[in-house]
Write a protein that binds this ligand. Sequence first.
Ligand SMILES: Cc1cc2nc3c(=O)[nH]c(=O)nc-3n(C[C@H](O)[C@H](O)[C@H](O)COP(=O)(O)OP(=O)(O)OC[C@H]3O[C@@H](n4cnc5c(N)ncnc54)[C@H](O)[C@@H]3O)c2cc1C
Length: 423
Amino acid sequence: MTAPYDYDIIIIGGGPVGMALALALRNSGTSVLLLEARGLPEKTEDSRPLALSHGSRIILEYLGVWKALPDITPITTIHISNRGGFGRTVLTADNMGVPALGYVMNHHDVFRCMHEALQHSGADYLTGAQVTRLKTSARIGQIEFQHAELTKKATAKLLVVADGGRLTAQIEGVTQHVHDYQQWAVVARIKSEHAANMPSTASEKASMKRGAVARPSKTARSAGKEFQRLGGGVAYERFTPDGPVALLPSGEDFALVWTVSPSAAQEILALDDAAFLVRLHDHFGDRLGKFIKAGKRSGFPLALKYTTPITACRIALVGNAAQTLHPVAGQGFNLGLRDAWELAEEIIASPTETGTPAMLARYRHKRRVDSGAGRLFTDSLVKLFSNDYPVLGSVRSIGLSALDCLPQAKRFVARRMMFGARG
Ligand SMILES: Cc1cc2nc3c(=O)[nH]c(=O)nc-3n(C[C@H](O)[C@H](O)[C@H](O)COP(=O)(O)OP(=O)(O)OC[C@H]3O[C@@H](n4cnc5c(N)ncnc54)[C@H](O)[C@@H]3O)c2cc1C
């Protein structure tokens, strides 16, 4: 750290969005201090999958992180259906003329690769550094943080709050809005009978012909036909009255994000593997055959949280601190990355204006449509699809069928999933 700890920018929170901003600003000539409360390297295991858009891939490539990421599975098809209704729609990368509609990876891999990139970048990056106070004046932002059992202070022209929303109550002039969905997401890695049994290589196919490998069951074979017709890399999003359930392709397996009530989440997390797999199959249906193996399960409470405005005197909010969304549409980190990217662009375009009201107004303006639309899209999906009103059930079915018949509408939805509101 540079004494007396005075920087152009201090980023509070080294989650994936705070780290993305620090990476975007390296080599920009601005001095940056990034503070992360967790004492890394500690075990950063986080079982949640991340579905990232094509637009996010481009940003991660630019940040020099993409190539280091292991186990990326492209999504070539998104299959959306409505349990108990007739509607369904299929979005494909082919129709969009792109190699993939998105990419599935592990949250902890993204975190680890960014952490390593920062360590090699020579950035002022402190872990085990918890910010306890922040205050600002017209000319400067000041913070106090705990590090190595000492209380330290630092100042900057701009404080970027990337802490997931934990310090928002301390920021004057902003309001945090919270809506508890009364839902949890249960996540786990899942193997399905179909995906596990489908031969993928020529030699596996030959073994199956010779009978050296067990043939899949009849149910799995018919489910498998659809899988093969769609060409693999299929993400399934199934809406049910209790909430959406997503199975994202992850190598040979699926990454499950299953939305349930808080009490059901506790039950599901407590089940043994066999009972859990049966319950999931009962809920999701037979499209992928039986589920035959489950990895470690974790649960996340779900709420919509957003802050207005996303700037205050000498302060800008990014990522979950600006908006925390339901994972149904896989938008949260994608939006957060764009927050970081566009804030970095503002800082780099006119470094002398860093933290000034004019610069903060430009950042606010740039993010208004993208963030607002992402929030509205996600929140509407949750509300429209997580209930059992019969009238809405028909509307959902008709809507999905109509979408399936309208290529232009499909392209509209797919572009927004890939690039955000300005897609
Ligand atoms: C089940 C689930 C599935 C999801 N799936 C997807 C998906 O498919 N696609 C997608 O785009 N998004 C998805 N998301 C959302 C995504 O995980 C988040 O949007 C993203 O992780 C937000 O990153 P962040 O850096 O803004 O915040 P966080 O990850 O919350 O990081 C904040 C960091 O700040 C640190 N911190 C907190 N307080 C302080 C302090 N006082 N001082 C210093 N440091 C502090 C914390 O330790 C933490 O590391 C999903 C979320 C869930 C729950």
